[in-house]
Design a protein around this ligand. Structure first.
Ligand code: OAD
Ligand code: ZN
Length: 247
């Protein structure tokens, strides 16, 4: 793969990188994306499960669905894309701003991570907001109840119609605006407000590099689009950085 010279120049001078990531970055770990050919939203209506009313009406069903997704996530490993992002920390101040809830960036070793849509490993009580890690919960049939107040326990993920966690959104947005290069990897960039982040970064002067297997809504907006699998492209970027930063 031969990268555009303008991008290599940016990579040489850059100090701060942001990786804004979506489901596509985990596709090579074996986790289905939402949209596209094998997307899970094709098989199941998101409104039916991923919202608060559905949970209150049928908490056991929604809980079981998330338990199923957790099993999938626990069986998978971060892929070379996740590891290369963590590896770039040797040469840059790297911030990950992710829409994923799968925890794979953390497992790959990335240190600074903003999770815009929550994290499937965490849970909280809908009544008293007490947090629970999965390991704190007894294995139950169906949804567990809070040990303090008896309320229902839900996964700490953002559902349709809910606000994004404000601190994560602000932190992610500020990092993106201050970045020298903002990579947009494996996301269709159609879900707002998350998708504003790369746009605001560009307005603030960051160089936008898209990595995706196909063109997206962001392609016309990006300074450079690299088409290919993130698990193949990002390790090549890490290699370039190694050369550029040691020469
Ligand atoms: P999508 O499923 O919308 O988009 C995945 C993107 O990854 C697509 O543009 C694919 O072309 C691309 N892709 C697939 N495999 C890839 C690979 N190996 N390398 C690079 N790119 C690849 O997922 P998101 O953009 O993450 O929100 O979706 C955003 C949000 O929509 C999710 O966080 C979720 C969903 O509704 C909530 O649940 C709140
Ligand atoms: Zn409680």
């Amino acid at each position: 793969m031969i990268f555009k010279q303008e991008f290599l120049d940016k990579l040489k001078s850059a100090k701060r990188l942001v990786f804004f990531t979506g489901a596509g970055i985990s596709a090579e770990s074996g986790i289905a994306t939402f949209r596209g050919k094998d997307g899970i939203w094709n098989k199941m209506k998101p409104e039916e499960l991923a919202n608060f009313n559905a949970f209150m009406q049928n908490p056991d069903l929604v809980w079981e669905w998330y338990q199923h997704r957790r099993e999938i996530v626990h069986k998978t490993e971060p892929n070379p894309g996740h590891f290369a992002i963590a590896g770039l920390e040797k040469y840059y101040d790297v911030t990950v701003v992710t829409q994923n809830i799968d925890n794979l960036h953390r497992r790959a070793g990335s240190k600074k991570i903003y999770e815009l849509h929550g994290n499937i490993e965490r849970n909280f009580c809908v009544e008293c907001k007490q947090y629970y890690d999965l390991s704190d919960l007894d294995k139950t049939e169906g949804v567990p109840h809070c040990k303090k107040c008896g309320g229902l326990i839900r996964p700490d993920v953002v559902w349709f119609g809910e606000f994004l966690p404000q601190e994560e959104l602000n932190g992610g947005e500020t990092s993106a605006k201050q970045s020298d290069i903002c990579f947009v990897a494996g996301t269709s960039a159609v879900v707002y407000p998350a998708a504003y982040i790369p746009m605001n970064a560009k307005r603030a002067g960051s160089y936008i590099v898209e990595i995706n297997i196909e063109p997206t809504d962001l392609t016309n907006y990006a300074d450079y689009s690299i088409f290919g699998k993130s698990g193949e492209i990002i390790p090549l970027i890490l290699k370039e950085a190694e050369k550029l930063k040691s020469s």
